[in-house]
Design a protein around this ligand. Sequence first.
Ligand code: GLN
Length: 547
Amino acid sequence: MTRFIFITGGVVSSLGKGLASAALGALLQARGFSVRLRKLDPYLNVDPGTMSPFEHGEVFVTDDGAETDLDLGHYERFTGVAARKTDSVSSGRIYSNVLEKERRGDYLGKTIQVIPHVTDEIKDFIAIGENEVDFMLCEIGGTVGDIEGLPFFEAIRQFSQDKPRGQCIFMHLTLLPWIKASGELKTKPTQHSVKELRSIGIAPDILVCRSEGPIPDKERAKLALFCNVRPEAVIAAQDLSTIYDAPLAYHREGLDQAVLDAFQISPAPRPELSRWEDVSDRVHHPEGEVRVAIVGKYTQLEDAYKSIAEALIHGGMANRVKVKIEWVDAETFDTKDPAPYLEGFHAILVPGGFGERGTEGKIKAAQFARERKVPYLGICLGMQMAVIEAARNVAGVATAGSEEFDHEADKKRFEPVVYHLKEWVQGNYTVRRTTDDDKGGTMRLGAYTAVLAEGSRVAQVYGASQIEERHRHRYEVDIKYREKLEAAGLCFSGMSPDGRLPEIVEWSDHPWFIGVQFHPELKSKPFAPHPLFADFVRAAKETSRLV
Ligand code: GLN
């Protein structure tokens, strides 16, 4: 029997509900239970795939090709459970499913309403794969009281009623503001938020309260009394210096115990926390520091590159160094010498991205890294830019460019070294695309295999001859230029199994220069750093010793 934990938020958004859910998932695993985490988002986009990173942060891609919320990244990083398409849903998707059924005539002439049709659709989603795991954790995006969130709150209320007593619990995350002038931690916003929740029929079993410091007994008792929860189920979530302390911190505060108590699971299995103790030890006791530049476009919003930043931290853990990330806006040196901006870094990473803005700066960053022998990791667009740089400056294709960019003005002179991918093999069939396709969900998405060249650096880094990594791209390096580029020294060290799509390139005569068409950052975990990131940081550490 699967037990369900519904996680809601109140008072303000951005309290770290995703992180709390992920940490709880990790703690339940540490007690020997299997878990799956799901995110239900009230916005109307069908998925976040079409949203700007400035709006929504990074788009997290699953193996089965779903474009999802970045919280799914936290879930995977903390539990190691690979997220699936069926772990993320939005109002947009729910309504689109309901309307599709209505058009098909599935509702047999009924009037379609939020209750029961929309709420049923949400409940069906929650129940997918029921009984596969011991605990299903479902996080509801937004805060209680948001108009668009109401159907989700109503659906989880109904869901808990449909199940036998004791199979579902509710955990509510709120904020206890600290009023400096009076030196008090205020409980009133939490009381109001719980009142709002109870007015729609949901009584929380556990309150997780974000606060700057500990919760004094007096405030804890007050919260318990006014919000109708047990005092031990009021959990303090104090600000932490690193997210990787969250499982241990929540454990100390008694979160996992409170959850097991709420389900009346007794005796509670003892937790095995050595994995998190090791992770925490590695974060807090580095033996050095490396400086890595991320040369991107969405640098004002660090969430836009969330998984990359985390994967670099994991790479640091693997090498026992602190990775100091500095965000460099590629556009600043589109038409300038990048040296003043890039000198002094121990490694350079150019991440994924869309559109032309800043790409000349990224090309310059790749050139700088190649010429100065600085370790370089190019991810997706970062690989494409490294290839264009190689074509222009080493292989003699002076007008190399990408079809993604507007080259109307010099169409005749521009050579599409990176072209719009219209056809590729997925499993047993061929996917076809045109330039007029919808933008949503039409990229080459999800896990694809790459075959690694024997003796290449990547084969050595992965310790394998074949890998599976997650993709999210519409453009691709044209195989037509392989010969010219390889003659110039840029080795195509990873290819799709049919040999048509370049997946990895590397400079053979460079200490560490790798470009990958996929997103390795999505699979890195603190307790299992991704080999590419671990080795990239190792190379950075080497550079730091030389300077
Ligand atoms: N814009 C490029 C493409 O679609 C790169 C995508 C990415 O970096 N994720 O191919």
